[in-house]
Design a protein around this ligand. Sequence first.
Ligand code: SAM
Length: 185
Amino acid sequence: MVLTAQAQADRLGFDLSSEPEVGRLIAFFSNGVPSGGRVLELGTGSGVGLAWIVHGIGERTDVEVVSVELDGERAVQAQAMGWPEWVSIIEGDGADVVGTLGSFDLIFPDAPGGKIFKLRKTIADLRAGGVILVDDMDLSRHSDPELRNGLATVKDRLLQHPDLICAELPFASGVIVARRRKGDR
Ligand SMILES: C[S@@+](CC[C@H](N)C(=O)[O-])C[C@H]1O[C@@H](n2cnc3c(N)ncnc32)[C@H](O)[C@@H]1O
């Protein structure tokens, strides 16, 4: 699916897909979600990140994956790609959707809604032991001051959250992984 999604992104001129290094990390964490687990992606794009999630889950059928895309046309194009039945792609604003879909074991907020805006709600959706993965956190890659400020706030909110254990991974676009402490709830 990753090659198919990347081909679709290339065909549509969509250049915001996750880099392969980040994709492999997403696949790594996706494979680790427990039985009955749920995965949430905010910002489907052309489905590259979603394809890495599906790659990580592999032949398992005990995991549900939800991906949310604001752009209606992009959502329809992604829906048409032929995902496993346990994948659903919803058209909507991540900032509105977080807090309404239940709780998750892995969240990849990859859109402003639910990452720069309403990150607290996204964190609240994380199950104990669950992981949030954010990329594009290397601020030196971004020249837009508003975006830099937004991402700096994301970083602070994650690193300073009392219920999260975080690691900054300075590779690719810059990654932070954050796990909700077990025993927290
Ligand atoms: C960085 S791209 C996503 C890349 C994709 N996650 C991947 O790994 O290949 C961001 C996507 O989020 C969508 N988007 C922007 N604002 C959004 C929002 N508030 N809620 C949901 N999706 C949003 C954009 O249309 C775009 O497709």
